[in-house]
Ligand binder design. Structure first.
Ligand code: ZN
Length: 224
């Protein structure tokens, strides 16, 4: 028996996005009444809502989305919860010291797995001004990103707009992990439903050619 947890935001015109990444627009092309079928054409940033970052997002010559092998998209997940700290401080970081404490309790991060940061920031999704917060939201520390690379992880994920905290506008985490071939999941929701260890992540990202990233359906499988 397996339980499935959806870690994905609904995606539409009201989904908060990075400032300046343009609107989500949907244009109806066919209606059942007029055409016998319903279909739309959609325009959006590759980084809107719950989405995947491919290495090419920050690394010249890095892999684009269609080139990521399927077995790198179904991976064991570790979850570190720093929500309490983030509630008190929007600039809080998940640090290497947090990884030390997690590893002491649950064993070393295994190569081929992913590390997810639960900040609790998804509770602000109903208030986009707070969720985006003039780019004041928590993230990973550069020391934690370096540790993820050292451990041979395949990816990082977080429940904010970016794995880099909002005030880190030089993107030190992106510049540590993406050139090393890791991927990111950003804009996740519901990480409080996951245990620190034991979940399997399924990253359903369409194989869009030459994409720097793309909106994704992200599921976690838990032992029933
Ligand atoms: Zn992104």
């Amino acid at each position: 028996m397996t339980r499935v947890v959806d870690l994905t935001q609904p995606l539409g015109p009201d989904t908060p996005g990075w400032p300046g990444d343009g609107p989500f627009t949907a244009t109806v092309q066919w209606t059942i009444a007029a055409d016998g079928a319903y279909g739309r054409r959609i325009e959006l940033s590759e980084h809107r809502g719950t989405h995947f970052d491919a290495p090419a997002h920050f690394a010249e010559g890095g892999a684009t989305v269609e080139a990521i092998a399927a077995d790198r998209l179904v991976v064991p997940a570790r979850v570190i919860d720093i929500a309490e700290r983030c509630a008190a401080d929007p600039d809080a970081l998940l640090t290497a010291a947090d990884i030390d404490a997690h590893e002491a309790a649950h064993g070393p991060l295994a190569p081929g797995s992913a590390l997810l940061a639960r900040t609790g920031w998804d509770r602000h999704l109903g208030d986009p001004a707070r969720y985006v917060g003039d780019l004041r939201f928590p993230g990973f520390g550069t020391d934690a990103a370096a540790r993820a690379v050292e451990r041979g992880l395949l990816g990082l994920g977080i429940d904010t707009l970016s794995v880099d905290r909002g005030i880190d506008d030089a993107y030190p985490v992106h510049l540590t992990t993406l050139p090393a071939g890791l991927w990111h999941l950003e804009g996740l929701v519901g990480l409080d439903a996951l245990p620190p260890t034991g979940a399997t992540l399924v990253v359903g990202v369409p194989r869009v050619v030459d994409a720097s990233g793309f909106t994704a359906r992200v599921l976690a499988l838990l032992p029933g």
